[in-house]
Design a binder for this molecule. Structure first.
Ligand SMILES: Cc1cc2nc3c(=O)[nH]c(=O)nc-3n(C[C@H](O)[C@H](O)[C@H](O)COP(=O)(O)OP(=O)(O)OC[C@H]3O[C@@H](n4cnc5c(N)ncnc54)[C@H](O)[C@@H]3O)c2cc1C
Ligand SMILES: *[C@@H]1O[C@H](CO)[C@@H](O)[C@H](O)[C@H]1NC(C)=O
Ligand SMILES: *[C@@H]1O[C@H](CO)[C@@H](O)[C@H](O)[C@H]1NC(C)=O
Ligand SMILES: *[C@@H]1O[C@H](CO)[C@@H](O)[C@H](O)[C@H]1NC(C)=O
Length: 515
């Protein structure tokens, strides 16, 4: 494969003289088709292809970015082989087109499939082979795979190995792992990005690189710094982690009348200090749903919870013992369904949403929480969901600069604020967006400061953006960059300057080149 690609690039760079027609789009296609022997024409979709629309819309996971007035790509390429990616990278540069790279399409701001300048999408929907090596306790995962497909591949081979990635099965492994990736194994094993051993990437020159060839700086950057600033990731080699054959799930819903405020308040100083085998998260709507995972049996978790969080009143009836993979199904509302639902790439409900994130380092006073509930009952807050996830455990042991994801020691918990709506139109969207911004400013006194930290995978363009045209300075990008990466932002900018000095791989929140 490597030889073939090399030959291809040489052919493209020296062998082909472009006509001077003004149509960039045409020339781009000619460039792609030039190397006919790689059969690239079978994986190129233009606006006149009958499958273009369904392909484009299939992985739009936020319907806020699906309407007609949203800019659409000139071409979609669905690679089957690395050389298809190499061709797209080379030809896009030659013809002044931007690239958007899509794996699962869950980017909160639609960055993987929307751009304000003429662009091409590389959509990995058909590039998703997964090879699990039980002996080695590793797997190679191609980037078009979803975490559901990965979990399925592991679970059909063993019930005692897992991977510490996210909860939602339709999320893509490229976006999620390159931005961090957390789920119920976070406190025991850290992030998905903490458990990556190797990667394959196509760089700006069209070279196919593995960890050894890309070097440790670039390998560091793509594990938490977001892949799309640096190149096109093709595959990850991941380390699988042990889980017991029996785990315990519990769910305890509490309304305001049932002292939800006091419980959430207490939870804040408890959850990050629990043993690593025990994770209790909260989903807040107009009630608080405490959802727990214990890596072990029910007989052990009840006394543990009594000792540390008696007030929740956990009893045996709230608990169910199951396998790890059954837990992943339950935690996404697929309890009792066949494993194959993990292979379904369509979300059960797909709607429009706007989300934001925060990290909390000191417990919020009860009065602060009460103000939050009041906001929930406002009109724009209809459709609110706040996911409160405890850190601590393994997260506190990993140094802040180990990978670009910096939110580690001292973080009690992470918050995701989201507001969802189904109605179409700008007016309703603006009402909800206005509301969530108001919620975000309400929370300011209670959350991390200087910078107010944010999770890259909960992308939020409100916290700052690059210039769409022309140069963006390091200082300008620092406004959002330090929120996602703290001091790691500086190293990310240095890596960027080395691997993509002319800033070809750019978007609203791409790492700036210092050149
Ligand atoms: C319903 C839902 C549930 C979620 N649950 C969790 C969760 O439990 N835990 C968690 O940590 N996060 C969660 N997330 C956030 C999720 O991890 C991020 O949105 C993630 O970036 C999505 O990855 P994707 O591949 O699906 O998205 P995409 O939109 O395809 O990509 C996201 C970003 O990665 C880039 N990218 C995609 N493919 C490549 C590639 N091959 N090479 C380089 N760059 C690439 C894109 O250009 C874009 O910038 C959730 C999101 C949603 C919508
Ligand atoms: C590719 O090759 C086939 C036969 O080899 C030919 O018929 C076809 O026109 C070529 N396509 C392009 C786009 O060059
Ligand atoms: C709420 O807390 C008070 C004490 O703070 C207690 O007396 C009461 O029983 C609790 N209510 C519920 C439903 O647990
Ligand atoms: C996949 O999930 C969607 C949404 O829940 C559903 O409509 C569809 O029927 C499912 N497809 C299969 C093959 O089960």
């Amino acid at each position: 494969m490597k030889n073939l690609s090399l030959k291809f690039i040489v052919a493209i760079t020296i062998g082909f003289v472009f006509s001077c027609a003004s149509d960039i789009h045409e020339n781009f296609l000619k460039c792609l088709h030039f190397h006919n022997s790689t059969s690239i024409s079978n994986v190129v979709y233009t606006k006149s292809s009958s499958a273009y629309d369904s392909l484009l819309h299939f992985s739009i996971q936020n319907l806020r970015f699906s309407s007609n007035n949203i800019p659409k790509p000139l071409v979609i390429v669905t690679p089957l082989q690395p050389c298809h990616v190499q061709a797209t990278v080379i030809c896009s540069q030659r013809h002044g087109l931007q690239i958007r790279i899509r794996s699962g399409g869950h980017d909160f701001e639609g960055i993987s499939y929307v751009s304000q300048v003429p662009f091409v999408i590389i959509d990995f929907i058909n590039y998703r082979n997964i090879q699990v090596d039980l002996q080695d306790r590793t797997a190679w995962v191609q980037v078009g795979a979803t975490v559901g497909e990965l979990y399925y591949s592991i679970a059909t081979k063993t019930s005692t190995l897992a991977f510490p990635a996210g909860v939602c099965p339709t999320v893509g492994v490229a976006g999620q792992f390159s931005g961090g990736g957390y789920g119920y194994l976070l406190r025991k094993y850290g992030l998905a990005a903490d458990n990556i051993m190797d990667a394959h990437i196509i760089d700006v020159k069209g070279r196919f690189l593995d960890r050894e060839a890309m070097g440790e700086d670039l390998f560091w950057a793509i594990r938490g710094g977001g892949g799309a600033s640096f190149g096109v990731i093709l595959a990850w080699k991941i380390k699988l982690v042990p889980v017991p054959s029996t785990v315990t799930l519990f769910r305890v819903p509490r309304t305001l009348e049932q002292n939800a405020t006091k419980l959430v308040h207490k939870w804040q100083s408890v959850a990050s200090k629990l043993p690593k085998d025990l994770t209790v998260s909260i989903m807040l709507t107009v009630q608080a749903l405490f959802q727990g995972l214990f890596l072990g049996g029910v007989d052990k978790v009840i006394p543990l919870m009594r000792e540390s969080f008696l007030e929740l009143g956990l009893v045996k009836e709230d608990c169910t013992e199951m396998s790890w993979i059954e837990f992943t199904l339950h935690s996404w509302g697929f309890g009792g369904q066949p494993l194959e639902v993990l292979l379904n790439r369509s979300q059960v409900t797909r709607d429009s949403f706007k989300a934001k994130s925060d990290y909390v380092k000191h417990p919020i006073p009860e009065s602060g929480l009460e103000g939050l509930w009041r906001l929930f009952y406002e009109d724009g807050g209809k459709g609110v969901l706040m996911v409160i996830f405890p850190f601590g455990g393994r997260m506190g042991e990993i140094p802040e600069s180990e990978i670009p994801f910096p939110h580690r020691a001292g973080v009690l918990y992470q918050i995701q604020y989201a507001v969802h709506w189904e109605e179409k139109g700008d007016e309703v969207a603006q009402r909800h967006i206005h509301w969530i911004r108001k919620l975000y400013s309400y929370m300011e006194p209670f959350v991390s400061k200087s910078p107010r930290e944010a999770y890259l995978n909960y992308r939020d363009l409100d916290i700052g953006v690059n210039n769409i045209h022309g140069y963006t300075s390091y200082e300008q990008a620092s406004i959002w960059g330090f929120k996602y990466f703290k001091n790691n932002f500086n190293r990310l900018a240095h890596v960027k300057s080395k691997v993509d000095p002319l800033n070809f791989f750019r978007y609203e929140q791409s790492i700036p080149s210092l050149m």
